[in-house]
Design a protein. Structure first.
Lengths: 220, 196
């Protein structure tokens, strides 16, 4: 293998690869922000909502959790355009990832809220806090603390799921790699590079999660 | 059908790697944890593309794509299952192995007849989560044209343009299958739970 040719190929492809990495990071980041907001809504309505609201959200959650991400992405891409909502691949992918993320976050937060001992709510009531105050000052901080490590895992999950967006034509790292390989037929080297980049992203997220978990674990 | 092959092979890999991760030899421990860390931090789609494109074109290894898919998913599943089994192994009381050795079983027999049955029963709840996500990961195989549910859904979608019907049926089938798997595993959990 002649290394000079390899490096010149890599050098020519540098901006394309960087753009791909940027797109992967951007879409994962936006999806986790939007998905978290939606997920908070899901968790709150599951725990505090009325009967009907709870039922609707439960159905949504079970449906999304039972469907593979890949099917979600394809369904968002095809079904939304059929329904008259014209979305670019980026937007359709974002919708799919957001929904996927919200199901994870919703389930995770619901678990954290339900795991809080009942005495917390009772104690808050006893000192005269309203429900809103109880939630904001007593329940939410503890639940978020419980849910944080799993939330960071969800971020890594999203980065991995974003590879599937290449199928509907979002030019993220995976599709960039495949496009470069179509021009410069070096599958081994470019896939290796993409693998290293994905590994570094996910590995650092995982490490961050572990550190956070150690930092915030309640002393027992 | 492929999912059963994946479950069997993946479980065997997972068990072997979990034992390697808890073994006394540092080299074995190190290499097992490198395997688990690398695979767990790579997207399954990436691994599929590598086995499908890099292996035949660059290294001259030609595998039928169904086998390639089963192999890749097994390796992927093995890493996740190894982590589950490792957790269960560590949680076992030390006396279990010692008791096995004390009644005259060899190290290997103790593993097979004493440690694995207890450990698997303890690990079942975490295992069922992994099986369900494994089942959902099979959909990725459509991207390398392995003819499974998602692949046919896309094909029907492109042929008939009955978009909404296709995707709602496809996702409902996945949801139903996940429910069945979850129910079956919960039944197994209840039947096999170790009474306290």
């Amino acid at each position: 293998m002649d290394f000079i040719r390899l490096f010149s190929d890599l050098y020519i492809a540098r901006w394309a690869i960087l753009e791909g990495v940027g797109m992967t990071l951007i879409i994962s980041f936006v999806a986790i922000i939007l998905g978290t907001m939606l997920g908070i809504g899901v968790a709150l309505s599951l725990v505090y909502g009325g009967k009907f609201q709870r039922f609707l959200v439960r159905v949504f959650l079970e449906y999304v959790r039972g469907t593979p991400v890949f099917v979600l992405i394809l369904a968002c891409y095809y079904v939304l355009s059929q329904a008259g909502i014209q979305l670019t691949p980026f937007q359709a992918g974002l919708v799919a990832l957001t929904v996927f993320c919200s199901s994870h976050v919703g389930e995770n937060l619901r678990g954290a809220l339900l795991a809080l001992p009942k005495g917390q709510t009772e104690a808050a009531k006893a000192i005269g806090l309203t429900f809103r105050q109880t939630f904001v000052y007593v329940l939410a901080p503890q639940a978020l603390r419980q849910a944080l490590p799993a939330w960071i895992n969800t971020a890594a999950e999203l980065v991995k799921a974003s590879t599937l967006l290449s199928v509907i034509g979002v030019v993220e790292l995976m599709l960039t790699t495949r496009q470069i390989i179509a021009l410069k037929p070096r599958p081994l080297e470019f896939y290796l590079l993409a693998g290293i980049i994905y590994f570094l992203i996910c590995f650092s997220i995982e490490r961050l999660g572990r550190r956070v978990e150690r930092r915030i674990s309640l002393p027992s | 059908m492929a999912i059963f092959a994946v479950a069997v092979v993946g479980n065997l890999i997972g068990l072997a790697v979990a034992f390697a991760m808890t073994s006394r030899s540092p080299a074995l421990r190190r290499s097992a944890s490198v395997y688990v860390t690398i695979i767990r931090n790579l997207p399954i789609f990436f691994l599929m593309l590598v086995t499908f494109f890099v292996l035949p074109q660059q290294l001259g290894i030609r595998i039928d794509k169904v086998y390639a898919f089963v192999g890749t998913l097994s390796i992927y599943a093995g890493a996740y299952l190894a982590e589950v089994y490792r957790g269960a192994l560590i949680a076992l009381p030390k006396g279990l192995r010692e008791a096995g050795l004390a009644i005259g079983l060899t190290e290997g027999q103790t593993r097979i007849w004493v440690i694995i049955p207890v450990m698997v029963r303890n690990a079942l709840p975490a295992l069922s989560n992994n099986f369900i996500s494994l089942f959902k990961d099979t959909s990725v195989a459509a991207a390398i044209a392995v003819p499974e549910l998602t692949f046919y859904a896309r094909q029907i979608n492109n042929n008939t343009f009955r978009v909404i019907e296709v995707w709602s049926v496809c996702s409902l089938m996945y949801v139903a299958a996940c429910y069945l798997i979850a129910a079956g595993l919960r039944y197994a959990e209840r039947r096999l739970a170790i009474p306290h």
